[in-house]
Design a protein around this ligand. Structure first.
Ligand SMILES: O=C(O)c1cccc(O)c1O
Ligand SMILES: [Fe+2]
Length: 284
């Protein structure tokens, strides 16, 4: 079983790096860790980076998960190849760009680019947001899945994820105590479906709601509250149509023995207990 320790970074492609840089700093509130001619590393917490934008095809995406031991990479490669997944070890330059010592790349059963990363770096000093969005950490990703049941099996049987709740057939999967690090939503195609950052308080969610509206940033769901994680949330659209989410108050699941996953309806009420309606394709 591949022991994922935490979700550690998201890599996005963008056709316009300047626009992405302005959005990531002035709107989202991330800190620029490094800006290259065709690359942008952004911080949201103590880590060296959690969001990377590369200039090019917006479909050039990947999600990085930390593994704690380098031997896990070899073992994971063997397991994945036996299941028919092509695997590739990162080059020195690619590891440096990811601020990791080593990584293994493969695609999940839907075709999402996944990277298993060893020893992701911590950043210098505290994260200092470019605006006070109240961000405390990069926390989870939504992934598009062409077969949520099949992919749930992959993430929970080949990897060590556990189902915290389901919304219809969409599983919300934890790898630590946080309610979920990965959520799989039905879609005809693979891809990163949303990127979540946790914020300090409900006030931060509401402050961002008014700021985004003022700046004409499309709010596509919320403010609302998820019945699954109990988190209050706000979803909005960034460059290249990528959906970002702020949420606060996500529940922690500490008792692995007693906890039982719940089933919510794939309906507005399964996504929000306050009555908000999503304008997000994968939530409809
Ligand atoms: O936090 C959640 O429970 C949640 C539920 C549905 C979709 C999401 O993106 C979520 O973060
Ligand atoms: Fe989310």
């Amino acid at each position: 079983m591949i022991a994922l320790y935490d979700v550690c970074y998201v890599r996005l492609g963008t056709r316009d790096l300047d626009t992405a840089a302005r959005f990531a700093t002035e709107v989202l509130g991330l800190e620029v860790a490094e800006r290259g001619r065709q690359s942008l590393h952004l911080r949201s917490d103590a880590r060296a980076h959690t969001l990377f934008y590369g200039e090019g095809d917006p479909a050039a995406q990947a999600v990085g998960f930390e593994v704690r031991r380098q031997e896990e990479l070899d073992a994971a490669g063997t397991v994945l190849e036996a299941l028919g997944h092509a695997v590739r070890r990162g080059t020195g330059a690619e590891c440096a760009e990811r601020r990791v010592r080593d990584f293994l790349a493969f695609r999940d059963p839907s075709g999402n680019a996944i990277e298993l990363a060893w020893r992701p770096e911590q950043g210098p000093g505290h994260y200092r947001g470019s605006r006070d969005a109240g961000i405390t950490a990069f926390s989870h990703v939504g992934l598009c899945s062409t077969d949520p049941a099949r992919d749930e099996h992959f993430w929970t049987e080949v990897c060590n994820a556990r189902v915290s709740d389901r919304i219809g057939n969409a599983p919300l999967l934890r790898i630590g105590q946080v309610h979920h690090a990965i959520a799989l939503f039905p879609s005809p195609r693979p891809g990163i479906q949303h990127v979540n950052h946790q914020v300090e308080s409900g006030d931060d969610v509401m402050r961002s709601f008014y700021l985004l509206r003022e700046r004409g940033i499309p709010v596509v769901f919320g403010p609302g509250r998820h019945p699954s994680s109990s988190a209050r949330f706000l979803y909005f659209e960034g460059p290249d149509g990528m959906v970002f989410e702020y949420s606060c108050g996500v529940r922690l699941i500490a008792d692995e023995l007693l906890y039982r996953e719940r089933q919510f309806p794939f309906a507005n009420s399964g996504f929000c207990q306050w009555g908000a309606a999503p304008r997000i394709r994968e939530f409809q």
